[in-house]
Design a protein around this ligand. Sequence first.
Ligand SMILES: Cc1ncc(COP(=O)(O)O)c(C=O)c1O
Length: 392
Amino acid sequence: MKYNFDEIISREGTNCIKYDALQRVFGSEEVLPMWVADMDFRTPDFVIDALRKRLEHEILGYTFRGNEFNEAIVSWMKKRHGWDVDPAWLCFSPGVVPALNMLVMALTEPTDRIIVQPPVYFPFFGAIRENGREIIENPLVLKNGRLCMDLDDLKQKAVGARMLLLCHPHNPGGSVWTRHELETMAQICIDNDVLIVSDEIHSDLIFDGHRHIPLASLSPEVAALTVTCNAPSKTFNLAGLATSYLIIPNKDLLDKYNHMINDQLHAGMGNLFGAIALQAAYAHGEGWLEQLLEYVHQNVKFVGEYLQKNIPQITMIEPESTYMIWLDCRSLGFSTGELKDFFINNAHLGLNEGAMFGTGGEGFMRLNVACPHQMVQWAMEQLRAAVDGLRE
Ligand SMILES: Cc1ncc(COP(=O)(O)O)c(C=O)c1O
């Protein structure tokens, strides 16, 4: 079956954050929204059909996730990532961000030091700060147009740290961490007794020529100190269903997490539609995902070529994964506030400001291209007109 990703579907009036919160977020309704990380594509038919089928039974009471839930995850991990996951390692979370927060609370002590690699998805900072732990930064470095880990710096920072929050693949910037990077990083963590929380929520969205290596699949030693967070939400556009899961091979860490979510917070029930959607997506989603990746990659290439030809003042960090493009706008010479204002009021575009992602994010903007190609074209034309306007 050939899917149509070109169709522009109005999302307005659905309380969707991307379109219906523009005034609150950007102070203007007049922006083309290309920010928060969900997609403007229809959630796939096989997911919608499974949800409809469940609705034929008109009682929506308390439910638990059956074996099918775990089996769907085990089978997806094997076929997409070649990783043998034991169903006993699996547990639920309503979201990856809630999981990051619960893991910080369950596995570290107040004042413990937790490493992040900025610029990085901003809730990583909140998970540490809001829970009274100390943020230690191991900033990424931009080398030959790719955000890379600074492993020498990590060696220093790991001393005395308790945990590392890894974004794998990385948001923003789209780096798919290589085996060498992962092995070196993991060895530093083993040597210093640092736990790793590996957020692999974007791991299905990998472009040709790159391969995602689940961190915990490296070796039993690495698995023993790794908690993997994942979800079908980015891959299949299900974020509103609040379903994610954790893979924790270390029984002691698993028990601590389960105690937190089930006994301390009573947040382990989840919603029934999330489970059904995950099962349908993982059972039937490979063909759809291949087409999605191809389509999104074309959007990415289009942006790269358009910028080079028409807006050379802005360059793109070529993403190896994710549907986010990290735009280097530093040569425009704007302060953080000016850059934000320029995108909203001159280009009429709603993007995420790079500064939100912490150290190294200043002067960058994050563009979401998980949308029909026509919209990416409009965005580029609007940006070109705005940059051209600076000369006048
Ligand atoms: C790296 C990363 N982790 C987590 C999330 C959100 O996860 P959830 O909606 O499951 O809390 C996002 C969404 O943009 C993300 O980019």
